[in-house]
Design a protein. Structure first.
Length: 164
């Protein structure tokens, strides 16, 4: 398990570019709200700690994790964000619904990265139970929201470094 080898919130602050001139969209699933709000807090605080201005962070909600793809697309098309962080939580149940949602959102976010000229960050926790989700939303394994923000900053910096 990757999180047993690395805490999701650990990163070398000295290697982080400044997010002072970057704009971010954050799409948050309302499903499993306790977890997704913790992910949002992690992402938001990490963006601010790395120089992002509060006015340059747009937060929007979607009903569930499956809708993150459309929410991200709408943010990209209707705002001037440099990256979109998609935050959700899917917990395994007794039916194959888990597999369909996880596959759909994974493919959807991948497709958004290919279709648009900005990064879309996969900040979705997929776990077997609520405790595993809590452990990855600010618990013993850190916060996947932090990881999403770090990834967004680094990807925006990479994109900017390649523009002529």
């Amino acid at each position: 398990m990757a999180t047993s080898l690395k805490n999701l919130s650990d990163y070398d602050k000295s290697k982080m570019p400044s997010a002072a001139n970057m704009k971010f969209g954050i799409v948050v699933s309302e499903w499993n709200e306790e977890i997704t709000e913790a992910l949002y807090e992690g992402a938001y605080n990490t963006l601010i700690e790395n120089g992002a201005k509060a006015d340059n962070i747009v937060k929007k909600y979607v009903p569930g994790t499956f809708e993150l793809t459309m929410g991200g697309k709408l943010l990209a098309e209707n705002t001037d964000v440099d990256a979109v962080i998609c935050l959700g939580c899917v917990i395994q149940g007794d039916t194959p619904h888990f597999d369909f949602v996880c596959n759909g959102v994974t493919q959807g976010i991948t497709q958004l990265n290919l279709d648009y000229n900005i990064p879309f960050i996969f900040g979705v926790i997929t776990t077997l139970n609520m405790q595993q989700a809590k452990d990855r939303a600010g618990g013993v394994h850190g916060n996947k929201g932090d990881e999403g923000a770090i990834t967004a900053i680094k990807m925006v910096e990479m994109a900017c470094s390649l523009k002529k």
